[in-house]
Design a protein around this ligand. Structure first.
Ligand SMILES: [Fe+2]
Length: 268
């Protein structure tokens, strides 16, 4: 596989998505392509212990989100590799946040420019230790303390961890719902307001000050994202690269059991 890095970058700048279609592609080539285009790779800590990056989030439909968009640090790129395409349906969905931003009402834009959003959720002791050791293997899974995760969270803009009962912690991640990516000059309505919660407790999502997001605003966003969401029909060997600060992704209900897709995140 001979893919020039500048081809990926120019596709990401134009559309926020790059598709590399070659049925001969192997998992090893996928990983080396990521390594050649990234400063470092990260894998969802909840997927540790399986083939690195193998998607396993149940079979239900998954709402639009940024990969790892609700705590610590949102990776720049989200990579998918399809080792085995589903026979039917079970497609991955995408929505370009630049299009959403350009179609939102002036009133809603004004709100999201002036107010950040906050994701608040509880991580059990096992979950936050897993997250911590995944980010930094020098932390021991069995021995790290609540103070360790609190200090670790302080390294990231907008992230706070607070001690909670039975060794758990409360995570508060504050971020703008409107991002500017490294590949585009345009504002993008890119966030995880409709985030799935398969591996963790569902987050409470509010504005930064705890104010509830008006249901009519969420309705407007839902209407627009439905209008601009497209579905990707996988073929064996497909690699899809998403600008994770611009393109939100999700998934249709899985109706084909043989689907084998890997998902890895990276920073440029
Ligand atoms: Fe995802």
């Amino acid at each position: 596989m001979n893919i020039k890095n500048n081809i990926i970058k120019s596709q990401l700048s134009k559309d926020g998505i790059a598709l590399i279609r070659n049925e001969e592609t192997t998992y090893e080539q996928f990983i080396s392509l990521i390594e050649n285009n990234s400063s470092h790779i990260c894998i969802d800590p909840a997927r540790k212990g399986m083939a690195p990056g193998l998607v396993s989030s149940g079979t239900e439909e998954i709402g639009l989100h940024l990969e790892n968009g609700t705590f610590c640090n949102v990776p720049h790129l989200c990579w998918f590799f399809c080792e085995k395409a589903p026979e039917k349906g079970s497609r991955t969905t995408f929505c370009d946040g630049v299009k959403i931003w350009s179609h939102l009402s002036k009133k809603t834009k004004k709100i999201f420019i002036s107010k950040k959003i906050k994701f608040e959720r509880i991580f059990s002791i096992g979950q936050w230790r897993n997250i911590l050791s995944n980010y930094d293997p020098s932390f021991c899974m069995e021995k790290s303390t609540q103070d360790d995760i609190i200090r670790f969270g302080n390294k990231f803009e907008g992230q706070i961890f607070k001690k909670h009962t039975h060794g758990s912690v409360i995570s508060e991640f504050t971020t703008s719902a409107v991002l500017k990516s490294n590949f585009s000059q345009n504002f993008s309505f890119a966030n995880s307001l409709f985030t799935p919660s398969y591996n963790y407790a569902p987050p409470v999502i509010t504005f930064e000050n705890g104010e509830v997001i008006d249901p009519s605003i969420l309705k407007e966003i839902e209407h627009l994202t439905k209008k601009f969401t497209v579905s990707h029909d996988w073929k064996d060997g497909d690699i899809l690269v998403l600008d994770n600060h611009r393109i939100m992704h999700g998934r249709e209900k899985i109706i084909s059991k043989n689907r084998k897709i890997y998902n890895i995140m990276s920073f440029i």
